[in-house]
Write a protein that binds this ligand. Structure first.
Ligand code: TGC
Ligand code: FAD
Length: 387
């Protein structure tokens, strides 16, 4: 039976508060009862399980750290544990929650007007309004400062032109947070579904994150009122601050996916008898399992310390880069290792490692590729940007 506590080699359980354990366990039950029974089929059929959105809202999973607008007011460690559990289920489900909370509710909360907050945040917390975040463009996502999408003021309107690509939840979103270059630098805009000149299209045939919607957004002389500009978001730092929130959640999520793969590999090794004994009795297999436990344990400790720093207001975005890089790498490598341990059965979507392995190929690319995070940490250490 999958669980949220294996491996717990360093008794990390004892380092969590009662609130943190309760939050994690509530999400774990949701994942075990509602996500795991359907997720393989969703992945196979390339379907986002939108029927889960009201239940996720009911559990308080959207904007969980905000204390207003109907949100739960949880701490950052709770938020991280939520993401760990969702990604133990599937990266696509975690992605949906990351985008809704970290990439859409966060910028409205941090940079929006009172009217924008009232208009969107209560509905987003209830899952009644869905958001997407448009930063990446077809010509390259790693260098968002070079974006081509632009906005020009015309009377009391902004007119947007350009395109965004690889946008999670794009076609279903009621509101898109769109980042565009203006004569006064980079700004953020709220573009509502149905606005003339704004169209979306799904990206199909993905071999990764198949239980998540990924889309293109197009702006063709798309006219939006001045009141839809995020008044307090000025410059590249604004979208990058949103990425910090989502990357923080991914640092926890990568470990959730790794735990699921480890558990399935360990269970298989206990049952599989080869050359007269179970695989758990083989030296080489023990080393492989021990090495997985080592990597997961270091990732768990890293995520927890990151969360404690965030709750104390001491987290820097370079801390997040190191954790996103490390913990997604742990997830990718363990998923691949577990897939191999399961033998031929491991290629079936009925076993979770291949699904996690394929999903994590997106996770290691989005929210800053592994290389970008290595270069962010390198810049912090040396003082020289080498992008
Ligand atoms: P740089 O000079 O480094 O920064 C410009 C200003 O921003 C500040 N800053 C940050 N602030 C908050 N959080 C961060 N993470 C920040 N990173 C930088 C920085 O201090 C500076 O402020 P100021 O006041 O001095 O102006 O900018 P750069 O152009 O050199 O870019 C650096 C680089 C490469 C690190 C950045 O462009 C980057 O992170 N690129 C990767 C892009 C990326 O991650 N895109 C993700 C798109 S969204 C997505 O993938 C969603 S997936 C959703 C899902 O879960 O499904
Ligand atoms: P590129 O930036 O073109 O990079 C190509 C390669 O070059 C990579 O290997 C990269 O590491 C490497 N590279 C880049 N710079 C350097 C350098 N200086 N030195 C050496 N190597 C370098 N974006 C959004 O805005 N919103 C979303 O909701 C969203 N959801 C996504 C969902 C999925 C499933 C996926 C796959 C992506 C999503 N993205 C989203 C886009 C994602 O953020 C980008 O794919 C990512 O930032 C990388 O951009 P790119 O794909 O254009 O690769």
């Amino acid at each position: 039976m999958p669980d949220s506590k294996t491996p717990d080699f360093y008794n990390i359980e004892s380092m969590l508060s009662e609130d943190e354990r309760q939050t994690r366990d509530a999400v774990a039950r949701f994942v075990d009862d509602r996500v795991l029974p359907i997720i393989a089929e969703c992945f196979e059929k390339e379907r986002f399980p939108d029927e889960l959105v009201p239940e996720m809202a009911e559990l308080g999973l959207f904007g969980p750290t905000f204390e207003d607008y109907g949100c739960a007011g949880l701490n950052s460690v709770c938020y991280g544990l939520i993401m760990q559990e969702l990604e133990r289920g599937d990266s696509g489900v975690r992605s949906f929650a990351s985008v809704q909370s970290g990439l859409c509710m966060f910028p409205i909360h941090a940079y929006g007007s009172d009217e924008q907050k009232q208009r969107w945040l209560p509905d987003m917390a209830r899952g009644k309004a869905i958001g997407c975040f448009g930063l990446t463009e077809p010509d390259g996502g790693s260098d968002p400062g070079a974006m081509k999408t632009n906005a020009k003021i015309d009377g009391s309107d902004w007119v947007l032109n350009g395109a965004k690509m690889w946008i999670t939840s794009g076609t279903v979103a009621d509101v898109a947070i769109v980042w565009a270059m203006t004569d006064d630098g980079l700004m953020g805009f709220l573009v509502e579904k149905g606005t003339p000149g704004y169209t979306t299209r799904d990206i199909k045939h993905k071999m990764s994150l198949r239980a998540s919607i990924t889309s293109e957004l197009f702006f063709d002389n798309c006219r939006i009122p001045a009141a839809n500009q995020l008044p307090n978001a000025k410059g590249l730092g604004a979208p990058l601050s949103c990425l910090t929130q989502a990357r923080y959640g991914i640092a926890w999520g990568g470990i959730g996916a790794a735990m699921a793969c480890y558990q399935e590999a360990l269970a298989f090794c206990r049952e599989r008898n080869l050359f007269g004994s179970p695989l758990t009795h083989k030296q080489h297999m023990q080393i492989r399992l021990a090495d997985m436990a080592r990597r997961i344990t270091t990732g768990q400790l890293l995520a927890l310390q990151l969360g404690r720093l965030k709750d104390k207001g001491e987290m820097h975005h370079t801390h997040v880069s190191l954790a996103k890089w490390n913990n997604v790498r742990v997830g990718v490598d363990i998923a691949r290792e577990a897939r191999d341990i399961l033998g031929a059965g491991g290629i079936s979507v009925e076993c979770c490692p291949i699904r996690h392995m394929l999903n994590l190929e997106s996770v290691i690319t989005y929210e800053g590729t592994e290389t970008i995070h290595q270069l962010i940490v390198g810049r912090e250490i040396t003082g020289t940007a080498a992008f």
